[in-house]
Design a protein around this ligand. Structure first.
Ligand SMILES: Cc1cc2nc3c(=O)[nH]c(=O)nc-3n(C[C@H](O)[C@H](O)[C@H](O)COP(=O)(O)OP(=O)(O)OC[C@H]3O[C@@H](n4cnc5c(N)ncnc54)[C@H](O)[C@@H]3O)c2cc1C
Length: 342
């Protein structure tokens, strides 16, 4: 019998399990893949509280975000953060959790929760508390009978042999190249960058290839493609319910990524910490009812910012052409003052 079973070894699951196992509770972490594999561009702001990271994990420091309107006029915004190698970053979080005592089982996709027992491979494991940290297409949420979340589809190349702007994250808005979303270029070194797109329609790779081949910045993007990934992130906002008896949802599984920017690492880590601390209190007090405090705390912290972003998402959806997008962008994107006015 475990005290806690965590499903999913992304940042939300790694942080939740680390906190709970550090307090001496028996914790099992189940991950469907054989290692961490969350697709990501890897931008993290300096406000995210992390233990010191190994140099190898950080690909570039970031000091500015440059946001391009469809006509390529742009707006600069000071930013303090960094781009990480997402595989190394996640594996580091998992190592921290393991060294605090978490037992981890790779290649262990959870397929069901039957009479309180978690089913994976051909095994059943029993936990007093179960944490669904299994991402945007959360199996845990669907077992709880929740609907699929709305998501943005993403594709990304790692390009080598190009000259990205140093220490600058570039964001391009254009309804032809990125309907409903944007293209990003995040530097990973002097001559390499992650170039990706998130869109609210199918086939993100086609949009990304088009941008790289045909846009007015394509001359800067002739490079060698060393990696290609696809993925999805939730854009439907925070789920209406985050706990079900002894089961919690944390991170993307709970809709904690920002519906406009798509950023989700910060909130996944924040929510993992809140989940972990709440679980410790519940286990020490032996009062499962108190798990509801997790949802109260999360709504207090994330309810407003995610709610505001969801409103912006609805407006962004109606920007069906570049003229509308150009006009409305200052209201829709976080680096503009106007975003914060309404
Ligand atoms: C292309 C792309 C670029 C992004 N760029 C950024 C960025 O630059 N900055 C940022 O902040 N955010 C970014 N995001 C969002 C960010 O990646 C997520 O918000 C973040 O990873 C959420 O963490 P999580 O732990 O909740 O979920 P995830 O990281 O998705 O982890 C979920 C884990 O659960 C596992 N899992 C799923 N189902 C099961 C199952 N049935 N059984 C066991 N395990 C299971 C998965 O394999 C995965 O390891 C990006 C997303 C995408 C797709």
């Amino acid at each position: 019998m475990y005290d806690v079973i965590v499903i999913g070894a992304g940042p939300a699951g790694a942080v939740t399990s680390k906190i709970v196992s550090s307090a001496g509770f028996r914790t099992l972490l189940l991950e469907k893949n054989e290692a961490c594999r969350s697709p990501c561009a890897g931008y993290i702001g300096n406000t995210t509280e992390l233990e010191p990271l190994d140099d190898a994990i950080i690909q570039s420091g970031i000091r500015k975000m440059r946001v391009y309107f469809p006509d390529l006029s742009f707006h600069d915004f000071s930013l303090n953060g960094f781009v990480v190698d997402r595989y190394l970053f996640d594996m580091e979080l998992i190592r921290n959790s393991q060294s605090s005592g978490t037992e981890i089982r790779w290649s262990s996709p959870v397929s069901g929760i039957i009479s309180g027992k978690v089913k994976f491979c051909n095994e059943l494991a029993c936990g007093k508390i179960i944490v669904g940290a299994d991402g945007v297409f959360s199996r845990t949420a669907s077992i709880m009978g929740l609907e699929k979340q709305r998501f943005a589809a993403c594709a990304q190349y790692h390009l080598k042999g190009i000259q990205p702007l140093s220490h600058i994250c570039e964001i391009f808005f254009n309804s032809e190249y990125a309907p409903g979303g944007y293209v990003w270029i995040y530097p990973t070194g002097k001559d390499s960058a992650k170039v990706g797109v998130g869109v609210t329609c199918p086939n993100p790779r086609m949009y990304l290839d088009n941008f790289i081949r045909c846009s007015d910045v394509s001359g800067r993007l002739f490079g060698t493609k060393t990696e290609f990934i696809t993925g999805a992130l939730p854009i439907g906002g925070l789920r209406e319910k985050l706990f079900f008896g002894n089961i919690l949802l944390v991170g993307d599984s709970a809709g904690m990524a920002d519906p406009i920017t798509g950023a989700g690492i910060h909130n996944a880590i924040l929510a993992g910490k809140i989940a972990g601390k709440t679980i410790i209190d519940v286990l020490e007090g032996d009062d499962i009812e108190q798990l509801s405090r997790y949802e109260t705390k999360i709504r207090r912290l994330l309810g407003r910012p995610l709610g505001r972003s969801l409103e912006k998402r609805k407006k962004m959806d109606s920007c069906s052409n570049n003229d509308l997008l150009h006009e409305q962008l200052p209201e829709l994107w976080v680096t503009f003052k106007k975003y914060w006015e309404k």
